[in-house]
Design a binder for this molecule. Structure first.
Ligand SMILES: [Zn+2]
Ligand SMILES: [Zn+2]
Length: 156
């Protein structure tokens, strides 16, 4: 099985994903653009208990949001690189910034979201689902990922 190890720029925060994520989002929303300084964020959605910490624990910074729904970005205390987000204060779920993996190409997006604010010079690959805003989880997620999500929501 492939191992998914990653970390921050200075090396203080190191992590390993115990399995593949449930799904990988490529998010083109304006928050992701501003907060990363890039065109989009690549977020691997995985159960928090499948993230093994190999180094220091990142520090949560609360971000202002339009919706009022909390968004905490977890950053290295030293170099401030963001390694994952917690959207909605759901302790069991993390949105790992997939390009912090040592192999940033190890995971590719399963779905593109918020394409309504996609930068005009970013092209979307054919065959990958893309949505103006968001999508119906039951229609897009793989059956095994839906089962993992159920277990996660049940606290298992
Ligand atoms: Zn660091
Ligand atoms: Zn976003």
């Amino acid at each position: 099985m492939a191992t998914f190890e990653g970390g921050c720029a200075c090396g203080a925060v190191r992590y390993r994903l115990a399995s593949e994520p449930m799904i990988v989002h490529c998010c083109h929303c304006t928050d992701c653009q501003q907060q990363t300084g890039g065109g989009f964020a690549v977020n691997a959605l995985i159960e928090t208990n499948r993230i093994e910490m190999l180094g220091e624990t990142p520090v949560a910074i609360s971000m202002p949001t339009e919706s009022g729904r909390p968004h905490d970005i977890h950053r290295c205390a030293k170099c401030q690189v963001a390694v994952w987000s917690d959207y909605g204060r759901r302790p069991a779920l993390r949105f790992v910034r997939a390009t912090t993996l040592d192999k940033p190409h190890a995971l590719s997006p399963d779905v593109h979201i918020f394409t309504r604010s996609k930068l005009p010079w970013v092209g979307l690959p054919p065959g990958v689902p893309a949505f103006d805003v968001y999508y119906d989880v039951a229609e897009v997620w793989r059956p095994e990922s839906l089962a993992r999500r159920e277990a996660m929501l049940a606290g298992g």
